[in-house]
Design a binder for this molecule. Structure first.
Ligand SMILES: [Zn+2]
Length: 255
């Protein structure tokens, strides 16, 4: 039984390697390298790669500055998060925490699975023009492939929070992955107590800037210590896209 199982795994791994080899060779060329500043920075994303055009011509782009919000009876965010053993990856643009399958957010009866969360500094979202020190984006996907992102604003505080556990284990080099032995992260503890939120349609905030992303920005920020903000900024000093025009989009806020 055991030997068979191992063979099966080896065969699957070989198949995966072959698939990625052939895909890498011709069918899907790697997207262009992009950055936040300079010649490959935010103002040039749309020109770097044909696949990035939406970054320039999209009309429902993220992030946004939330100046006005209309109170509305928004559905409750039901977080079915538990404690997980994550892997923490430096992907060259941010530090991303990949979570194992089985973590869900349910909104209006629709179930979205949490894929990962990652950080930006300063926050990409603004509230009446004001940015926060950092933001965490929790990226979810439903069974049809639609994305829903929950943003938790992070502000400096003396007490800190569960985020500090992650920020204590930042992989410093691009491409580096950290799995910390015995690290159990309670995902529920990362969320603010008040689950009120702002709701609007937007996009990915990084190339290819794809639209059709459902944004849910938590109204209440969460505290992290100044030391942990500095620790993140020692890895990524600035990784936030500027705010984008609303173009008539309505922002709703839960009552
Ligand atoms: Zn993000």
């Amino acid at each position: 039984m055991f030997v068979l199982h191992r063979l099966h795994v080896a065969a699957a791994a070989a198949l995966l390697a072959l698939t990625s080899l052939s895909a890498g060779a011709a069918e899907t060329p790697r997207p262009a390298h992009w950055e936040y500043r300079g010649a490959r920075g935010v103002a040039h994303w749309a020109q770097l790669d044909h696949g990035f055009e939406t970054c320039g011509i999209g009309h429902r782009q993220s992030p946004i500055d939330i100046q006005h919000a209309t109170p509305a009876p928004l559905p409750a965010l039901e977080f079915g998060y538990t404690a997980v053993s994550p892997s923490i990856v430096n992907n060259g643009h941010t530090v991303q925490v990949n979570v194992p399958a089985g973590q869900f957010l349910t909104v209006a009866g629709k179930r979205l699975e949490l894929l990962q969360f990652h950080f930006h500094t300063p926050s990409e979202e603004r509230m009446k023009g004001k940015e926060s020190a950092m933001v965490a984006h929790f990226v979810h996907r439903d069974e049809k492939g639609h994305l829903g992102v929950v943003a938790v604003l992070l502000e400096p505080g003396s007490k800190g929070s569960a985020f500090d556990t992650v920020l204590d284990h930042l992989p410093r080099l691009a491409g580096e992955t950290l799995t910390v032995a015995d690290l159990k992260l309670d995902l529920q503890a990362l969320l603010p107590k008040d689950h009120g939120y702002y709701d609007f349609e937007g996009s990915l905030t990084t190339p290819p800037c794809s639209e059709g992303v459902h944004w849910m920005v938590m109204r209440q920020p969460v505290k992290v210590t100044a030391k942990h903000i500095q620790a993140f900024r020692a890895v990524y000093a600035h990784n936030a896209r500027p705010v984008q025009p609303l173009n008539g989009r309505e922002v709703k806020v839960s009552q």
